[in-house]
Design a protein. Structure first.
Length: 201
């Protein structure tokens, strides 16, 4: 069975801006006859991660498998589309980990990360080492907080992304199946603008 697929972050041919491509197959008689595509604005992902609980100095970031930044809880526009590391999977060995590393702004940070098994996205939470430079007894508390953050950030983020994106996309996929069978479809309202436009089309 063919599933909807999300692309890496790319420059959209129409909008000439960073977008994520979503492709939904239309199946007729067991074969893919054509594919419906739509774009997702990274701003949608940014709004989700900025709503997640975090400390004042913590930053949350999401990047694609190529290491390109999709969304960032702080200074999103300045970092959107930048490569966080040329060998992101070698640098962030799946499925998760904690290490110190230079951030994109040159500051050394303590970074916890987890790979999403659904979209193959990298979700990371990091804090400047200057904040971490505390008495040794507090260091273990910091690591405990990172472990908690990995769960508190990655799992809800993946769940929220999956839930908020999958519902309209499932509807679009169902419409694609109806189109493939020559049946009429009814436009569905969705909180995801592109999915609503796709359904209305």
């Amino acid at each position: 069975m063919c599933w909807p697929r999300v692309s890496n972050l790319v420059i959209g041919g129409v909008a000439q801006a960073w977008v994520l491509g979503l492709s939904v197959p239309v199946i007729r008689d067991g074969s893919v006859v054509y594919i419906i595509t739509m774009s997702i604005d990274p701003e949608y992902i940014r709004r989700i991660i900025t709503q997640l609980p975090r400390g004042q100095d913590w930053i949350i970031a999401v990047s694609d498998p190529a290491g390109r930044l999709i969304a960032r809880s702080e200074d999103h526009a300045a970092y959107l589309g930048r490569i966080i590391h040329p060998d992101v999977k070698g640098w962030s060995v799946p499925p998760e980990g904690v290490h110190s590393t230079p951030a994109l702004n040159g500051e050394t940070v303590l970074r916890g990360y987890r790979w999403s098994s659904k979209a193959d996205w990298l979700v990371a939470a990091f804090v400047p080492m200057r904040v971490v430079d505390a008495p040794l007894r507090d260091l273990w508390r910091i690591f405990a907080l990172i472990a908690f953050a990995l769960t508190a950030v990655s799992v809800p983020l993946i769940y929220q992304l999956g839930r908020q994106i999958a519902v309209p996309i499932k509807a679009a996929a169902n419409d694609a199946h109806r189109l493939g069978a020559g049946q009429p479809i009814v436009a569905q309202a969705s909180s995801l603008r592109e999915a609503s436009e796709l359904s209305a089309a």
